[in-house]
Design a binder for this molecule. Structure first.
Ligand code: PEP
Ligand code: MN
Length: 359
């Protein structure tokens, strides 16, 4: 996109439609975005010197701005305020902090439902579990595929929690959409552009994990691929990058959290588990990320990590996760954020009655 058209506060829907039609006529693609006070219309494509002048003259138009960043729809220039997503009644972004938790992989009904119940009780608002696992070795457990997705959907329904799972192949996107509420793009697929285009055509929120050798600008460009297809519900996730340090599996780039937040309006999460690689390091990294102002974290939890089929060494036990949730909640409050336990009003009300923390 080359320009954004900022509509006047008093502009009518007809004014916005006229601007969109004119943008199409100029051979560009219009991207309207309705804010609380005014509507902005992005125009993507090669602009001519006249584009700006012509659009400026249309009724209801306040100003036409050129966006300098290579990522356009993802930039704060395009959308100044934090984007707040609504996923099944849970608000993500802004001052809301959501914790996604669950096992690395969907292994069995017992583990998924047991861990799911425990993390929900502790205050996590979204359930994770991988059905398609991108493993470094072809001989490692590859996930239970569709069978896993069925279990995840059942767990989400029973626990009344939105679910997230990774999709690794453009051919699986439709299937995963049937079973999960949020589509996860893994670190290894951050630049799988066909996959990004495919999830961009769905109406599901997309959670993009930073490639472990990718810059923050490259992460934002990956988000742009999804946004360019009309799917404006994107969440970014810092998950650790490759450095010379070998004490940890990856190095959590804590500074990427505020850096991204300055450049984009999209919610920014982080993953202390895959960065740490060891369960004892998960709590300090989790607290650091929340203190840095992240909009949420994704944490791996397992009831018997020594029997886990994937990432056991970095999985925290449910009781330790519950303690960590309390600490994260306290830190979130200090930085002016608030952890959303269970997210929904009815759940929060119930939690107040049972006398838990927060809510
Ligand atoms: C995961 O979250 O299960 C995962 C595989 O993470 P990443 O893509 O960041 O390695
Ligand atoms: Mn994992």
């Amino acid at each position: 996109m080359d320009v954004i058209v900022v509509m006047k506060a008093a502009a009518s829907d007809d004014d916005v439609a006229r601007v969109a039609d004119r943008i199409t006529e100029l051979g560009l693609v219009p991207h309207p975005s309705k804010g609380e006070f005014r509507t902005i219309v992005g125009a993507i494509g090669e602009k001519t010197p006249q584009t700006r002048e012509q659009l400026e003259q249309l009724p209801g138009v306040d100003e036409v701005m050129v966006i300098s960043q290579p990522y356009k729809l993802a930039s704060r220039e395009f959308h100044e305020a934090d984007t707040i997503l609504d996923v099944k009644g849970i608000r993500i972004g802004g001052s809301h902090v959501n914790i996604i938790a669950g096992p690395c992989a969907i292994e069995s009904r017992e583990v998924l439902f047991g861990v799911g119940r425990a993390v929900k009780e502790a205050g996590a608002s979204i359930l994770r579990g991988g059905a398609y696992k991108p493993r470094s070795s072809p001989y490692s457990f590859q996930g239970r595929g569709r069978e896993g997705l069925v279990l995840l959907k059942e767990a989400g329904e029973e626990l009344n929690m939105p679910t997230i799972t990774e999709v690794t192949d453009p051919r699986d996107v439709d299937t995963v959409c049937e079973f999960a509420d949020i589509l996860q793009i893994g670190s290894r697929n951050m630049q799988n552009f066909n996959l990004l285009l495919e999830v961009g055509k769905t109406d599901k929120p997309v959670f993009i994990k930073r490639g472990y050798a990718a810059s923050t600008t490259e992460l934002l460009m990956s988000a742009e691929y999804v946004l360019s297809q009309g799917n404006h519900r994107v969440i970014l996730c810092e998950r650790g990058i490759r450095t010379f340090g070998d004490d940890v599996r990856f190095t959590l780039d804590v500074s990427a959290i505020p850096v991204l937040q300055e450049r984009t309006h999209l919610p920014v999460f982080f993953d202390p588990s895959h960065a740490a690689g060891k369960r004892d390091l998960v709590p300090p990294l989790a607290l650091a990320g929340i203190a840095a102002g992240a909009h949420g974290a994704i944490v791996e939890v397992h009831s018997s990590p020594d029997r886990a089929l994937c990432d056991g060494p970095q999985a925290v036990l449910p009781e330790n996760f519950a303690r960590l949730m309390k600490q994260m909640s306290a830190i979130a409050e200090i930085v002016g954020h608030r952890i959303t336990p269970w997210g929904r009003e009815e759940d929060r009300a119930r939690r107040r009655v049972v006398g838990g923390w927060g809510g």
